[in-house]
Write a protein that binds this ligand. Structure first.
Ligand code: ADP
Ligand code: MG
Length: 546
């Protein structure tokens, strides 16, 4: 813009705008900052983060996506990186740190190329080429796994929990994980797994070793009436989603009573209705009732007298899980109750866990829904063990769904980088540079694993590369000795999907950020506004939403 030309405003004056290299530099910097934050948590020797929210609640975690969600990141480009972690979490359940670190490194390497005056669209094209090739390479180096490979599946679960709060009991937790996933897996030609069918219930108290797999459902509920039995064996279960109460009339009805007998009649009528309801339950042969709504005191009393176990106000989601675990159908109207609606469990019991009574529905014959009851000394421990179990369950499920696994400890990444470099030899010019940069970016995983273990990243990487050149495709880092090891032989095994998903979402977001050359942030009247590349203005209005 020359001096003598008047500037023309096409947007409100309060609009913040940055363009060209400036916009790119700011976005890349913000994205890199996010990935730097979680980088130190990667791998078995990774550190934990302590996050304190505005209410003073403390979370201690090693889990990438949890850290980023709790940090309440506001910068728009940084938020895009957080989305990468969330996608990874939804698609696989593990590998969130890996995906974020990779995205940051792809941008960092792209920045070097930008400095060499390579146009962003050329870099984007090279990255896309490399990402496609990477998918192909990853699939070709993966090994098969099936539901009968119990010991391999267990190794996957253990790898997921290495270095997490669950570490101390990972052997036992891995057994639980594999058992749980196998039970809810349905195989009919295809493999179908819904990890929601594994309910993770947390209860502070005891130790992590007390964590147990219940072949059925654990409810955070006590029995409705103290006179009910604490244990019912050979349980026949009714799941009722309407109340065992007298319905209050829909309209305000007034009942005029003229003599005391009428009142007695009226009360008798109510009592009879409740008795009839309970009689219906008794005649079905049921000895356990789970009711999503309330149960009248009188009905509780009648049920208790018949030795029937009942819980009320059971959550809808738990009702559905109970149906899957026991084979019961949820009944809305007792009139329609029939024998086939009843579910079965070997044992229903009330047990004190920590300081509270809980209901255990155990020994279901072929449960399609199970519960892991996570125990641990403090709330922080229980929470972190649950997150580690979530990762492990996600990994085992993911391995079974695609039937493909790879070795970890950076072996896959080093092999991938090596083959990508070979591929780049077939290219020419600036695209070749971009593919090489992509390969170097993938090596951020071995470098970071080494750094976090207090090892020299350059030495480690050199040694790894030379092993891979000798066709040892599973050569990885032993973070405990600093030596190269065969990751496969050492049982460090991960689902292929962790790697393919991390590559695809990290490269997508890197490309997207690279292609932005103009950031236009609305003025304060559109909701605060974050100046591109900066922090929100001093008054701390709400951040810009993407
Ligand atoms: P993410 O959120 O990406 O899953 P983690 O902190 O779980 O991050 O670390 C995962 C990385 O740690 C993977 O690269 C995996 O291969 C590596 N890893 C796991 N167990 C071992 C081990 N025993 N030795 C070396 N590396 C390991
Ligand atoms: Mg992990």
């Amino acid at each position: 813009m020359t001096k003598d030309i008047q500037p023309i405003f096409i947007m409100p004056e309060s609009t913040q705008r940055s363009t060209g290299r400036n916009a790119q530099r700011n976005n890349i910097m913000a994205a890199k900052l996010v990935s730097e934050t979680v980088r130190t948590t990667l791998g078995p020797k990774g550190m934990d983060k302590m996050i304190v929210d505005s209410l003073g609640d403390v979370i201690i975690t090693n889990d990438g996506v949890t850290i980023l969600e709790e940090m309440q990141i506001e910068h728009p480009a940084a938020k895009m990186i957080v989305e990468v972690a969330k996608t990874q979490e939804d698609e696989v359940g593990d590998g969130t740190t890996t995906a974020v670190v990779l995205a940051g490194e792809l941008l960092k390497r792209a920045e070097d190329l930008l400095e060499q005056n390579i146009h962003p669209t050329v870099i984007a094209k090279g990255y896309r080429l490399a990402a496609d090739k990477a998918q192909e390479i990853l699939k070709s180096i993966a090994e098969p796994v099936s539901i009968s490979d119990t010991s391999l599946l267990k190794k996957i679960a253990m790898t997921a929990m290495t270095g997490k709060g669950a570490e101390s009991a990972k052997e036992m937790l891995a057994d639980i994980t594999v058992d749980a996933v196998k039970r809810i897996t349905e195989v009919d030609g295809d493999i179908y797994i819904d990890t929601e069918d594994i309910k993770i219930e947390k209860k502070v108290g005891g130790s992590v070793e007390c964590t147990e797999l219940v072949k059925g459902i654990v409810l955070d509920k006590e029995k409705a009436h103290s006179a009910m039995p604490r244990q019912v064996t050979a349980a026949k279960i009714i799941l009722l989603d309407s109340a065992l109460e007298i319905k209050s009339t829909e309209i305000d009805a007034k009942i005029q009573i003229t003599d005391p007998n009428q009142l007695q009649n009226f009360l008798d009528m109510e009592e009879k209705t409740l008795r009839d309801m309970v009689a219906k339950i008794i005649s079905s042969g049921a000895n356990v009732v789970f009711c999503q709504k309330g149960i009248d005191d009188l009905a509780q009393h009648y049920l208790a007298k018949q030795g029937i176990y009942a819980s009320r106000r059971v959550k809808k989601s738990d009702m559905e899980k109970l149906a899957k675990a026991t084979g019961a159908s949820i009944v809305s109207n007792l009139k329609d109750l029939n024998q086939n609606d009843l579910g079965k469990a070997g044992l229903v019991e009330e047990m004190k866990v920590g300081n509270e009574e809980m209901t255990f529905v155990r020994e279901c014959r072929n449960p399609k829904s199970v519960t892991v009851l996570v125990r641990g000394g403090t709330e922080h421990v229980v929470d972190e063990v649950k997150r580690a179990m979530d990762d492990a369950i996600g990994d085992v499920a993911s391995a079974l769904r695609t039937g493909k696994i790879v070795a970890g400890a950076a072996s896959t990444e080093v092999e991938l980088a090596r083959r990508l470099r070979k591929f780049s030899d077939s290219l020419s010019g600036r695209e070749q540079l971009a593919v090489e940069a992509f390969a170097t970016a993938v090596e951020v995983i071995p470098r970071t694993l080494a750094e976090n273990a207090g090892l020299d990243p350059i030495d480690v990487l050199t040694e790894l590369k030379s092993s891979h050149d000798k066709e040892k495709k599973w050569a990885g880092i032993n973070v405990f000795t600093g030596k190269v090891m065969d990751a496969w032989q050492n049982g460090v095994i991960e689902p292929l999907k962790i790697k393919t998903q991390a590559i695809s979402s990290a490269s997508e977001v890197a490309i997207m950020i690279l292609r932005i050359d103009d950031v236009i942030a609305g003025g304060p009247d559109q909701g605060g506004g974050v100046p591109p590349g900066g922090m929100p203005p001093g008054m701390g209005g709400p951040g810009m939403d993407m």
